[in-house]
Design a protein. Structure first.
Length: 642
């Protein structure tokens, strides 16, 4: 009981009194049914503007209509495949996972568990995390309508109209998801994304005969009530969540005045939304360009939202404050430095829920290139590589440029330290948390060469899954770091909560004539009174050799461990099959890892199969090595062999 009290006190101090008081108020309101009164059901359809008036209004958007687009058509096999699959009711979830979904189930059933949500239940009575229901993201995924871009792209490239298919599906959602009932109104970010994606479809099919007066009025009425929902519940994302959700929702409120000026409240929503959006960008993106969610993919989410925000604001002659542009440019620099030049992939670092809201190309979900270039084109009219995505944003007049990311890079506020040399990338993380951590992964090491991720971050898998997977994917031992007694650096709570955040941590990267050195330190295990840990990494120039030295002070008789997650593709086939039987390290044509303790004694690795999740909702086998010692430090040499 006393420990629980300490944890609650620790969390309260970390999150602040505003968060705590709001959470208490939210819980009381939910219990008393306040939200059922605040968010009524059975809303009548409203009419705001006729289709003819809307078409004539000429409200600026990325594109005028389908007919205004004129870039080369090229129907790819990948796009054809996804389109054919959708015709057969097989849909892509989280930009990778293929699942079959019946039409009657697509808004109400979790396809991974078969759980059917009650569509007549008020959204405030629906749990977003439930063992029985499984991960609610599965039932949200299609309802955000990001898949609409596959239909629009197929329509454009094949010149086979998909307007009836798209508009019928929007109408079907409206008919089967009455306002404020069911799981699709549980999350205001999902609502905001749905509105943005419906809006793009409306502009694309602006002149379609299938966009009838009746359909247009129904869609506009649904958009209005959903915007009203976002407005009424905005404090939840701005206070209780305060991450990419808040950026998405405040942006949607801002854009309501630009895109729907005929809604009676949109001027007020827009003015406040713009103010809040600017505040969130200034607050959530650190001064070094890193992001408070400690996640590459969630940072890309913000990149895409900034692309929408800046483009549309400038089309409407309504520029943001300078801080938005400054933080956008710094974000680009950080992600450019972390991106692998061959694949376009970034380290699979931090929480990754498969989000790619606006997918305008056939590139792999893990390839960030076109999304980064879309924002770069928005800000500077330059790109690293021309892509189809630019045309969908109306950004076709751009110049290709080379970006120099070589050398050492320190992003001290976020705690990232990167060295790039040719096609080799070394990435280490060490930061103190002033905002909520999502994984206990300080000291994590990622190594890339020639587009291959040799030592990798195992990813996320699912937010609502069995404990064994949570322990691996979110815990310290599931990363390329060091632990004491195999424990997490912090203490895990329920859902996304960690107690005893790491508050003391610092890092440094230096370049010498023959090597690059990282010096990292942290005070972890605050629940045990605090244990100081140090990691020194050395990368020798012109050689694919890394030395990693982990040292712990006052380990209190507990063993020190080093953990490494290996990409099985980096090993020859016979080693992939027989690695568990080898006697020391992992040796083969591709990779060699050996470790010694403080006395120079060679350590025998404990080897096993764990899991890797490159895409949300999927997992595959990964190789894990653990070196353990009852001395105070371990020295490991990692060598990539030609």
């Amino acid at each position: 009981m006393f420990e629980k009290f300490k944890q609650i006190r620790d969390l309260s101090l970390n999150m602040g009194s505003r968060y705590v008081s709001y959470r208490l108020k939210h819980a009381i309101r939910s219990k008393l049914g306040w939200y059922k009164k605040r968010f009524p059901t059975g809303m009548p359809q409203r009419s705001f503007i006729s289709l003819k008036e809307w078409r004539a209004a000429g409200i600026p958007f990325f594109i005028e209509s389908r007919e205004s687009l004129d870039f080369p058509r090229s129907l790819s096999d990948d796009l054809i495949s996804r389109f054919r699959e959708s015709e057969n009711k097989t849909y892509t979830f989280f930009n990778n996972l293929k699942l079959e979904v019946k039409d009657e189930d697509k808004w109400s059933v979790n396809p991974s568990t078969g759980y059917r949500y009650d569509m007549n239940k008020h959204w405030s009575e629906i749990q977003d995390l439930s063992a029985e229901a499984g991960d609610i993201k599965y039932v949200w995924e299609r309802a955000r309508f990001s898949h609409v871009y596959d239909y629009l792209r197929y329509d454009y490239h094949s010149q086979q109209a998909q307007d009836e298919t798209v508009l019928v599906e929007i109408e079907d959602f409206i008919d089967r998801n009455p306002i404020n009932l069911g799981p699709q109104y549980k999350c205001s970010q999902e609502i905001s994304l749905r509105i943005l994606n419906w809006t793009y479809a409306l502009y694309y099919y602006k002149n379609s005969e299938q966009l009838t007066d009746q359909r247009f009025e129904k869609i506009m009425s649904a958009i209005y009530y959903q915007l009203q929902h976002v407005w009424e519940h905005i404090d939840f994302s701005r206070i209780a969540v305060r991450n990419n959700h808040a950026i998405t929702e405040t942006l949607m409120l801002y854009l309501s005045g630009l895109l729907f000026p005929f809604f009676p409240e949109s001027k007020r929503w827009s003015a406040q939304g713009k103010k809040w959006f600017e505040e969130e960008i200034a607050y959530q993106i650190y001064d070094d360009g890193t992001f408070l969610q400690h996640s590459m993919n969630y940072h890309r989410v913000v990149i895409q939202l900034l692309t929408w925000a800046v483009n549309l604001s400038e089309l409407h002659d309504d520029r943001f404050s300078d801080v938005v542009y400054q933080k956008a440019k710094k974000s680009l620099r950080f992600l450019d430095v972390c991106r692998d030049s061959k694949t376009g992939f970034l380290p699979n670092y931090g929480n990754n829920d498969g989000a790619l809201f606006f997918k305008f190309s056939d590139a792999d979900y893990r390839d960030y290139t076109s999304q980064l270039d879309a924002l770069r084109a928005t800000l500077t009219r330059t790109v690293t590589k021309k892509s189809e995505e630019l045309n969908w944003y109306g950004l076709d007049q751009v110049e290709e440029v080379d970006i120099d990311i070589s050398g050492i890079h320190a992003f001290e506020e976020g705690g990232y330290f990167v060295h790039n040399s040719g096609d080799t990338k070394t990435f280490l993380k060490c930061g103190a948390y002033k905002h909520r951590p999502f994984q206990a992964d300080n000291f994590h090491l990622d190594i890339w060469k020639d587009g291959v991720n040799y030592l990798w971050d195992c990813g996320t898998y699912k937010y609502n899954t069995e404990k064994v997977y949570h322990d691996h994917f979110q815990g310290s031992a599931g990363h390329n770091t060091a632990t004491v007694a195999g424990r997490d650096h912090m203490v895990r709570g329920r859902r996304f909560v960690w107690f005893y955040w790491i508050k003391e941590a610092r890092g440094k990267i230096q370049e010498f004539d023959d090597r690059v050195e990282w010096d990292l330190s942290q005070v972890a295990y605050r629940n045990l009174g605090g244990i100081k840990m140090q990691r020194k990494a050395i990368k020798f120039k012109n050689e694919d050799i890394w030395t990693v030295i982990d040292k712990v002070h006052d380990r209190r008789g507990l063993d020190l461990q080093q953990h490494f997650q290996l990409n099985p593709a980096c090993l020859p086939r016979h080693d992939r099959q027989a690695f568990a039987r080898s006697l020391s390290g992992v040796e083969g044509k591709a990779l060699n890892i050996k470790a010694t303790d403080a006395n120079g004694k060679e350590l025998i690795a404990e080897k096993g199969e764990k899991w890797y999740s490159g895409y949300y909702g999927t997992k595959e086998k990964s190789i894990k090595l653990t070196f353990a010692s009852n001395t105070d430090h371990i020295t490991t040499q990692i060598k990539i062999l030609s």
